[in-house]
Design a protein around this ligand. Structure first.
Ligand SMILES: [Zn+2]
Length: 195
């Protein structure tokens, strides 16, 4: 089934059906000024790496090609370490620049006291920004810890039981320090304690 697309450039509304009762309008006046294309279309700018929210690694993870180990290679060998170092580095860079932006927003808000009318909204925004900064800081320090673990040959092993965390899990959560089982157990314990 072929679907006809409306031509983008059409300025007039396609008035296919005209009500018979409708009086013919007086001369149509051009409602809009003709669009002037002033910007010359130069070379396309380099693809910007759009990372909507680097604090959410899931979206960020999609920018990496998953590692494919061959059957004989050793877990956390040099090339695997290299793979995770580059992921961690890129993630940290993105977070660093995101944190700069957050910091700017916070400072703007601090120096820009709003009227009482939108004060409440502003305050909430401000709180969100503070929380965002906190989250980013935590993540950055986790990433730094992971980098140190790589240096110390500890990266990729569960800190609780010592088992291999696994490439797949690490690619989804590069700062993971526990295997999925220990993590789950801990989360259940936490819920029992605080829930
Ligand atoms: Zn474990």
């Amino acid at each position: 089934m072929a679907i006809k697309k409306k031509p983008k450039s059409a300025t007039k509304k396609a008035s296919v059906k005209i009500k018979p009762s409708a009086k013919p309008k007086a001369k149509k006046q051009p409602a809009k000024k003709p669009q002037t294309k002033k910007k010359p279309t130069k070379k396309k700018a380099l693809k910007p790496q759009v990372i909507s929210n680097p604090s959410d690694f899931e979206s960020f993870a999609k920018t990496f090609i998953p590692y494919r180990p061959n059957k004989t290679e050793k877990y956390m060998n040099k090339s695997q370490k290299k793979h995770f170092i580059s992921i961690l580095n890129a993630w940290k860079e993105a977070l660093d620049s995101e944190q700069e932006k957050t910091e700017q927003l916070i400072q703007q808000d601090q120096s820009n006291f709003p009227d009482s009318l939108d004060r409440a909204a502003k305050e909430e925004e401000f709180m969100l920004e503070l929380r965002k900064r906190e989250r980013e800081r935590k993540l950055i320090s986790k990433i730094e810890m992971s980098m140190k673990d790589i240096d110390d040959d500890l990266y990729g092993y569960c800190e609780t039981c010592g088992v291999e965390i696994g490439i797949k899990r690490l690619e989804a959560r590069p700062t993971a320090t526990q295997c999925i089982d220990c993590k789950t157990v801990d989360e259940i314990k936490e819920k029992q304690q605080f829930g």
